[in-house]
Ligand binder design. Structure first.
Ligand code: SF4
Ligand code: SF4
Length: 186
């Protein structure tokens, strides 16, 4: 039962039918992160094909879904045109919703949140704010601090944030999408 449920949910959200994968391994051979992943992409496909709840949870708890860069190398190489990057995106969302995060996910999520906060409040990427928020969330206070002066002198770290005019509009977009995903898909 679980098997059918998870597979059909994944297919409904991503269009990926895991049974179209015939384990040729081309995705893994072309993935630059495969060697660092708990399970390389073709292995993720195989685990999904088993339909077991345990294997599904193994994927959600793995670092594979968080290390994936969505570079689409795997998609470009797959003879079956299986959209692994889209599937990885979906699995990341599931991992967050089911609170099954791998430790590698935490700094990545902190970066995502800090990035989105910058966009929400200024309408643009404000690098200093992004770095400050990321460091506050991860307690990586001193990491990369030595390169900041050189970046500042090259004009890469403006102190005053650039802001778009319609910031209310930007907040409205957030309210209708990221902060209210149900409304976004209705
Ligand atoms: S999209 Fe992800 S899984 Fe596919 S090749 Fe790139 S990093 Fe690897
Ligand atoms: S390239 Fe496509 S068919 Fe081959 S193992 Fe990867 S997902 Fe499966």
């Amino acid at each position: 039962m679980e098997k059918k449920h998870k597979e059909s949910e994944l297919q409904a959200h991503t269009g990926v039918d895991v049974f179209r994968c015939y384990q040729c391994g081309k995705c893994t051979a072309g993935c630059v992160l495969a060697a660092d992943m708990t399970y390389p992409p073709s292995y993720v496909m195989r685990l999904l094909q088993t339909g077991s709840k345990e294997n599904y949870e193994k994927i959600l708890k793995s670092n594979s879904i968080w290390l994936c860069l969505n570079c689409e190398n795997c998609l470009g190489r797959c003879p079956m045109e299986i959209d692994i990057p889209k599937m990885m995106d979906y699995l990341r969302t599931q991992s967050v919703q089911e609170n099954q995060l791998h430790p590698d996910a935490k700094p990545i999520l902190s970066f995502h949140k800090s990035f989105l906060d910058s966009i929400k409040f200024t309408g643009r990427l404000y690098e200093v704010g992004l770095i400050a928020a990321f460091k506050a969330r991860t307690f990586r206070i001193t990491q990369d601090l030595t390169i900041a002066p050189a970046m500042y002198l090259k004009g890469k770290l403006p102190i005053i944030p650039e802001r778009i005019r319609d910031r209310r509009g930007m907040k409205r977009i957030f309210a209708q999408t990221i902060e209210n995903p149900k409304k976004a898909h209705s």
